[in-house]
Design a protein around this ligand. Structure first.
Ligand SMILES: Cc1ncc(COP(=O)(O)O)c(C=O)c1O
Length: 395
């Protein structure tokens, strides 16, 4: 008889808190099944209250939120949009779909996020060439906020708006003196951002199965996005349209799930940070293993625990570790492949790129779901440790 496989450990599966089903039942009982309804309004209000961003629009995905933000900023053919190279493709694809050209900016080693000095170089060079730069999109990679203060300072003289991709950083904080004279704010709430986008995809820290939020301090921008998200219907008893829109609203049922998830968000952040600590305690002493640094300018939600593996010292590379984990029914994943290395962006320009490439080569994302126990983390850590030994490179 074949040996039974150990239970699968997924990278970041959904984790319901218990209040989602009653919220969905309320939506059913009132027959607000779709598209909009009181649960959507309440979800937007709860998210605005939690993040401190006054205007929130619940939509069908983080990608839809980015698309709407860029449409509202007037991004179109001939424009440039600057994005972090080390990100997921959805940070960038809406800009290209709107006809703009993407330009990529490297990461800084201390944060893994968009390097403000590389950004300055890009803005200076491209403006000098007479190019029209319509937006900059930094990503809060793996739940760590980008350096918004510096990025906004760099962008200000060029008059370029910043859209924060906070898809991965729901629940994270950015700012100074966390916990003491707290000058921090929620991810995406940094004053001066044109807009921020969030994702509630199934793998995120909280989920609506699929969904997103566009948030801004600019009420007019969100009002326009709201209209565009509902096929850009004008105020009239019939269907009147003066511009083209999309069908991007979040369904009332999914908003009900989101309301339940909001109740556990802070607990989920605390658990992700604990999981990170467990991994660090178990593995950090191993030669050749290091972890994603936490920038001094914020408190990451540690959506995924990510480590770097130096093959020459540790004895195995991230690919070998990933395969060893998969053989034990554990899902791990490489760090995002940089956008400037993606075949689909072959013709695009990049400012720097070596840092992002190095992180891609050496990085591995470990299972980080909030239902994990310390024993689950130990199971992963033991396999990783054994790989170092297996190749006989270390004690
Ligand atoms: C950095 C980043 N941006 C954008 C997205 C897109 O979000 P969604 O999947 O909700 O469209 C994701 C996640 O999926 C992401 O990780």
């Amino acid at each position: 008889m074949a040996a039974q496989k150990p239970p699968r450990l997924f990278l970041s599966p959904p984790h319901m808190g218990g209040q989602e089903e009653p919220r969905v039942a309320e939506a059913f009982a009132s027959n607000f099944i779709a598209p909009l309804g009181p649960q959507v309004d309440a979800f937007e209000a709860a998210f605005a209250a939690f993040t401190g961003i006054p205007h929130c629009l619940a939509v069908s995905s983080g990608t839809a939120a980015t698309h709407l933000a860029l449409r509202c900023l007037g991004v179109g053919p001939g424009d440039l949009v600057l994005a972090a190279s080390l990100t997921f493709i959805a940070s960038v694809s809406p800009a290209v779909q709107l006809g703009a050209e993407a330009v990529f900016v490297d990461a800084s080693p201390g944060t893994w996020n968009m390097d403000p000095e590389r950004l300055r170089e890009a803005l200076t060079v491209l403006t000098g060439e007479g190019r029209r730069i319509k937006a900059v999109i930094p990503t809060d990679l793996y739940g760590q906020c980008a350096e918004y203060q510096r990025i906004l300072e760099v962008c200000a003289p060029f008059g370029v708006p910043v859209v924060a991709d906070c898809a991965e950083s729901v629940g994270a904080r950015c700012g100074r003196n966390l916990g003491q004279d707290d000058e921090s704010c929620h991810a995406g709430a940094w004053p001066g951002l044109a807009a921020s986008i969030f994702s509630f995809n199934g793998n995120k820290i909280i989920t609506t199965s699929g969904g997103g939020m566009l948030a801004s301090e600019d009420g007019a921008l969100i009002a326009h996005a709201r209209k565009l998200s509902q096929q850009a219907r004008e105020h009239a008893p019939h269907y009147e349209h003066v511009e083209l829109g999309y069908n991007y609203r979040l369904s009332n049922i999914l908003a009900a799930v989101g309301l339940g998830q909001m109740e556990v968000l802070e607990a989920r952040v605390a658990k992700r940070r604990l999981i990170f600590r467990w991994y660090r305690e178990a593995l950090e002493a191993l030669p050749g293993i290091t972890f994603m640094p936490e920038a001094a300018t914020g408190k990451a939600n540690r959506w995924l625990t990510v480590m770097l593996v130096d093959k020459d010292i540790f004895g195995a590379d991230p690919g070998e570790l990933r395969q060893a984990l998969e053989a034990e029914n554990i899902e791990a994943r490489p760090v995002w492949k940089p956008m400037h290395r993606q075949p689909v962006f072959a013709g695009c320009r990049a400012f720097g790129g070596a840092v992002a490439e190095d992180l891609f080569t050496r990085g591995l994302c470990l299972p980080s779901g909030t239902a994990m126990t310390r024993e689950d983390v130990a199971r992963v850590a033991d396999i990783i440790r054994a790989q170092g030994r297996a190749l006989g490179k270390r004690a």
